[in-house]
Design a protein. Structure first.
Length: 630
């Protein structure tokens, strides 16, 4: 797809997700006067994520890629939670960049996310975060951390407790982490449920019976009039490996909230936090689809053994309503460039897709039988995003120059795997994240020139708009689930939401402590901001999803002020508070690492995205989930 010379190529503007809590900002350079936007939208938007390999091989990542294959991760991948940006590291996610062919961006020359001129000011790396956790095996995770970290897929890679090598390449910091679980034996047999555990999670119901703050006092003892009730607090009851484990979920299905971790998946009552069911496995959970179907069906990925070389290639269906394990199948095993590395899962219609850098396969949600595999043309999907009956793929096309990739966005028929349409990105651009499947909103990056942009596409696969962020710095909390070395997880970002005509995103807080921010609504037909809502003094807001035609937001708490759940009207204005969390448990509310959020049935749930502790005793005292209610 050639690009008319009269049209500007996609300009940077939006970038990789930010950690919601932010980090101290370096001095921002004064923005240049905005230039006039291009008169016509780009014919070919950027392309996406399999980030490029470093100039020199690095531990864990130094495998050269074949032409056309998505390069190994590195540039543009989220920074580990809790790690400060390295000197010269790329600034935050949404900096306006010069155009992909060297022209300056249309909105002025300011520091961008890769230390290039851009519209959102100079920022630290894509995620930022609180001070670094201790780097020793089994080290505790400090409280107050958050944000979808970079560790997404391989349970051998951890935020705290692993031997990490930090490499700064081209101003961008990325991580290679070693496996500390070599003592496990290899099991090449298909995995299956293990015996039912007898332990039950520790639950504090806020009635003074234990499990609360220091001294095990009543969690609601300090609650003030008008504040929500702490309905229950859940603590870890799983004996974890010394480096801890990533948490997948949570997912709410009816009156059950579900999370998967280590070698099991568990469902808890949304009302009192008591365990309703548990399905244990003999190997690690290594991946999960973004959300279950409407009837509560979910597919998770399991390792095919317990040794260092075990692959994430066993698919297990689970009924989240009943806790019953359904069909189980294995992704075909192959070698060379056709092998499936670090697959991610996406579900749409009656299909679950496992996709990675080497291949992709579709399986029936009904019986687990394979229904399609690698397409026959010259472009290969390496990652999918699904919602409802819509399945979207990021595809990489084989080219001779891996530094100048050619990628496409496809909509795929879930039943056949055949593309309904294809949207070709300008050379050098890669799909990074899918912020929304319907309407389709995609974050794309140009790794070689360190540029980013956010694109909206129509249902027919045409360019709808390119978002104009102005001089603000934006954030999104992405990741969760662990490290993916060669694959790419497109979904799972918190801090973004969309309805039919509007895309919502929040700005970066003005400071790490006592800062404030705005939520900005973008018109998907024009790409321009429609309105912005202010969080208020010393408060920050994080968009979650649409709720009854309104935008649901989390007003983040601080160490001495409880958070809140609120809504914003489609026209903006002041947030309407639904639940004001008690200030008396503010420190507990902040005490969740890589937090994930769910709101259902008038209750708000906060769950840790990773569980880790210094020793066995501390591990069993680790808070994993809290529920607030009216």
């Amino acid at each position: 797809m050639s690009q008319p010379p009269s049209q500007q190529p996609p300009q940077g503007g939006f970038g990789s997700p930010q950690d919601p809590r932010g980090v101290p900002q370096p001095p921002a350079q004064p923005p240049a006067a905005p230039a006039q936007p291009p008169t016509a939208p780009p014919a070919q938007p950027p392309a996406a994520p399999p980030a490029q390999p470093p100039a020199q091989p690095a531990p864990g990542y130094g495998f050269p890629q074949a032409p056309g294959q998505p390069p190994a991760p590195g540039y543009g991948y989220p920074q580990a939670p809790g790690q400060p940006p390295a000197p010269g590291q790329q600034p935050g996610p949404y900096a306006q960049q010069p155009g992909p062919y060297g022209q300056p961006g249309p909105y002025g020359q300011q520091p961008g996310p890769y230390a290039q001129p851009g519209p959102y000011g100079q920022q630290p790396g894509p995620y930022g975060g609180p001070p670094a956790p201790p780097q020793y095996p089994g080290g505790p995770v400090p409280p107050g951390g958050s944000g979808g970290g970079p560790f997404k897929g391989k349970t051998v890679a951890v935020v705290a407790g692993a031997v990490a090598v930090v490499l700064a390449v081209g101003g961008v910091t990325w991580w290679a982490v070693s496996d500390n679980e070599s003592e496990r034996t290899t099991n090449t047999q298909p995995t299956g449920p293990a015996p039912e555990p007898t332990a039950s999670a520790s639950v504090d119901k806020g009635d003074g019976t234990g499990g609360g703050r220091e001294g095990n006092d009543d969690l609601n003892a300090g609650r003030q009039p008008g504040e929500a009730k702490v309905e229950w607090l859940l603590k870890n009851d799983v004996d974890l490996p010394r480096n801890g484990a990533n948490v997948y979920g949570p997912w709410v299905v009816g009156d059950t909230i579900v999370k998967a971790m280590y070698r099991g998946i568990e469902g808890f009552s949304t009302a009192d936090g008591k365990k309703k069911w548990s399905v244990p496995f003999t190997t690690d959970v290594c991946e999960a689809a973004n959300a279950p179907t409407a009837n509560g069906t979910l597919v998770i990925g399991l390792k095919d053994g317990t040794g260092d070389r075990a692959d994430c290639r066993v698919l297990q269906q689970i009924d989240l309503k009943t806790g019953k394990a359904g069909w189980k199948t294995e992704v075909p095993k192959s070698t060379g460039f056709s092998s499936l590395s670090d697959p991610t899962l996406a579900m749409a219609g009656n299909t679950v897709v496992a996709a990675g850098t080497g291949n992709s396969y579709g399986f029936s949600l009904t019986d687990g039988k394979q229904i399609f595999g690698k397409p026959s043309d010259g472009c290969q999907p390496y990652a999918f995003a699904g919602a409802g009956n819509r399945l979207v793929a990021a595809a990489s096309c084989r080219v001779s120059d891996y530094k100048n990739p050619q990628q496409e966005i496809w909509e795929v028929a879930p039943a056949t795997g055949k593309p309904k349409w294809k949207y070709q990105l300008a050379r050098g651009w890669e799909v990074d994240k899918v912020y929304s499947v319907s309407p389709l909103v995609v974050n794309a990056v140009q790794e070689e020139k360190k540029q980013r942009t956010v694109l909206a596409l129509t249902d027919a696969g045409k360019l709808r708009s390119q978002l104009s962020g102005g001089n603000d710095k934006y954030r999104a909390q992405c990741g969760g689930g662990g490290l993916i070395v060669f694959g790419q997880r497109l979904q799972g970002c918190v801090g973004v939401a969309a309805d039919a005509d509007t895309f919502y995103m929040s700005t970066e807080p003005t400071s790490l402590t006592r800062g404030t921010n705005d939520v900005v609504a973008f018109d998907l037909n024009t790409g321009k901001p429609k309105w912005r809502a202010k969080a208020g003094a010393d408060k920050t807001m994080l968009p979650l999803r649409m709720e009854g035609g309104k935008l649901l937001v989390y007003v983040e708490g601080s160490w001495d002020r409880g958070g809140a759940v609120a809504t914003l009207a489609p026209t903006g204005g002041r947030p309407t508070v639904l639940l004001q969390h008690p200030a008396s448990v503010a420190r507990i509310e902040r005490d969740f690492w890589q937090p994930r959020y769910e709101y259902a049935g008038g209750r708000f749930f906060i769950a840790s995205g990773r569980v880790s502790a210094q020793n066995d005793k501390a591990e069993l005292e680790t808070k994993t989930m809290i529920a607030f209610g009216e």
